[in-house]
Design a binder for this molecule. Structure first.
Ligand code: SAM
Length: 176
């Protein structure tokens, strides 16, 4: 199946909920978040419910993340295009992002380039899920899982590995 233009794969709602709740647990409620790959706005909708101000941009709105020379807000929470995720992480911290939560692939750090980037920008939390969603829309049981990396600062001293549970939120719940 060909990849969608701009890697336009919306985050499953169950993971949007977890992503924002776990970021707030780990770092606190931010004043202002930037969602630079906003898609249909599902992450901002959750943030707004938590009382957080959000700036929203996307290449589909003519705003290429890599063209920004200065961060719009000190915090990014997003699911970026996976085909550009390594330059995305470097660029975010280069332009002044202080803290970030990203949906990422489960194997993001598990290769030579991953290990090198991990040394530069070690996340405080790397989390995998105890459930899987068919986020690529292939049908059947998904063979790979989404994960999350959370940075309180651009490089942690130590990382913690977590497994998040979905047991209080049915996988197909759409809270909007
Ligand atoms: C995996 S989707 C996720 C959308 C949304 N963040 C979510 O959680 O559902 C990736 C998004 O990144 C956007 N995108 C891809 N390349 C981009 C770029 N260079 N700059 C800004 N947005 C980009 C796509 O248009 C798409 O909306």
């Amino acid at each position: 199946m060909p990849r969608k233009t701009n890697d336009n794969y919306p985050t499953p709602h169950s993971l949007v909920e977890k992503l924002v709740e776990k970021y707030i647990d780990a770092v606190g409620i931010p004043d202002h978040v930037w969602e630079p790959c906003v898609g249909d706005g599902r992450i901002p909708r959750k943030l707004l419910k938590c009382g957080v101000a959000v700036s929203q941009t996307d290449i589909q709105l003519g705003q290429d993340f890599f063209a920004f020379k200065k961060a719009i807000a000190p915090v990014i929470i997003t699911n970026p295009p996976f085909k550009h995720i390594r330059p995305f992480i470097d660029h975010a911290f280069d332009i002044g992002v202080k803290s970030m939560a990203l949906i990422c692939g489960e194997r993001l750090w598990a290769c030579k380039r991953g290990r090198e980037q991990f040394e530069r920008h070690k996340p405080h939390i790397f989390a995998m899920m105890d459930w899987r969603e068919d986020y690529l829309g292939k049908g059947g049981a998904p063979d790979r899982s989404l994960a999350v990396s959370i940075w309180r600062t651009p490089c942690a001293v130590d990382s913690s590995f977590q497994i998040w549970s979905n047991k209080y939120l049915p996988a197909n719940t759409n809270p909007s």
